[in-house]
Design a protein around this ligand. Structure first.
Ligand SMILES: *[C@@H]1O[C@H](CO)[C@@H](O)[C@H](O)[C@H]1NC(C)=O
Ligand SMILES: *[C@@H]1O[C@H](CO)[C@@H](O)[C@H](O)[C@H]1NC(C)=O
Ligand SMILES: *[C@@H]1O[C@H](CO)[C@@H](O)[C@H](O)[C@H]1NC(C)=O
Ligand SMILES: *[C@@H]1O[C@H](CO)[C@@H](O)[C@H](O)[C@H]1NC(C)=O
Ligand SMILES: [Ca+2]
Length: 229
């Protein structure tokens, strides 16, 4: 017990200044809030006709599993639109791209243990898939011929209903996020599985790269030291 307390004391609360690179680190959102979030600066504008978005997540089930709770996992918002949002809600994981209609996937839900989650989408066919720990869901066709628009902000921890604010404590993320990486193309299954195992040999993540990304912490978010990787 004592060693647990000592270890917890080592988790460093971040000050709100821009930093870069989160290699082998996580971001821990310890409790529901309407003001704790992390903004990430993309390496290139998100005018995307295809993407692969990977992240590693664990959640506090006592909060996130509450009936009817919607929990934001990833948000990319421009001035007027939710360009690309990922949720866990209604017993499913969902994707919305500037539409009130989402694509819902009945994949295994996030839990107290870390899960490798990847989404892929391409405009030309609309084919969309969720990968959970290296296993691919069935495909769906979602937002064929759509294009994700640039000029927005990537937010972890909150769902912004305005640019950038209007957060809802009951939609906040509670748990740990790491290894958020994004490409402007659809990776192969082997590349996604390699990513999960951190034996990375495929193309460098060219939209968001967790190892180098500039990020800014707001509110109560704890940077998890490398030894917990
Ligand atoms: C955020 O939460 C605090 C207290 O928990 C509350 O006083 C405040 O009104 C909330 N702000 C918004 C924008 O909901
Ligand atoms: C998920 O990612 C972790 C960390 O890299 C890795 O050790 C683990 O094997 C992955 N799990 C699966 C089932 O892909
Ligand atoms: C959040 O949910 C709780 C419990 O359902 C409710 O009492 C509260 O009003 C909600 N807060 C907001 C800001 O919606
Ligand atoms: C990030 O850094 C870790 C640790 O050095 C490495 O294992 C991983 O492959 C890197 N990820 C990418 C996408 O380059
Ligand atoms: Ca909202």
């Amino acid at each position: 017990m004592k060693s647990v307390l000592v270890l917890l004391g080592v988790l460093l609360p971040l000050i709100s200044s821009g930093q870069s690179g989160l290699t082998d680190k996580g971001l821990f959102f310890p409790k529901p809030s309407n003001n704790s979030y992390v903004s990430l600066t993309p390496q290139k504008p998100l005018n995307l006709e295809a993407f692969t978005l990977c992240m590693r997540l664990s959640v506090d089930p006592a909060v996130v599993d509450k009936k009817d709770r919607e929990t934001i996992l990833f948000a990319y918002r421009t001035q007027y639109y939710d360009e690309l949002n990922v949720w866990q809600e209604k017993g499913k994981i969902s994707l919305y791209m500037s539409s009130s209609e989402g694509a819902f996937y009945a994949v295994p839900l996030l839990s107290i243990f870390r899960t490798n989650l990847t989404l892929t989408w391409e405009s030309s066919t609309g084919l969309t898939a969720f990968w959970v720990d290296g296993r691919r869901s069935t495909l769906q066709v979602y937002r064929k011929n759509h294009k994700v628009q640039s000029g927005g902000v990537v937010i972890l921890g909150q769902d912004p209903d305005s640019f950038i604010g209007s957060f809802d404590i009951n939609q906040s993320f509670v748990g740990e996020i790491s290894d958020v990486n994004m490409w402007d193309s659809v990776l192969t299954g082997d590349q996604i599985r390699n990513f999960n195992e951190k034996v990375w040999v495929g193309p460098e993540p060219n939209v968001l790269n967790w190892n180098t990304t500039k990020y800014k912490v707001h509110g109560n978010v704890i940077e998890v030291p490398k030894k917990y990787k």
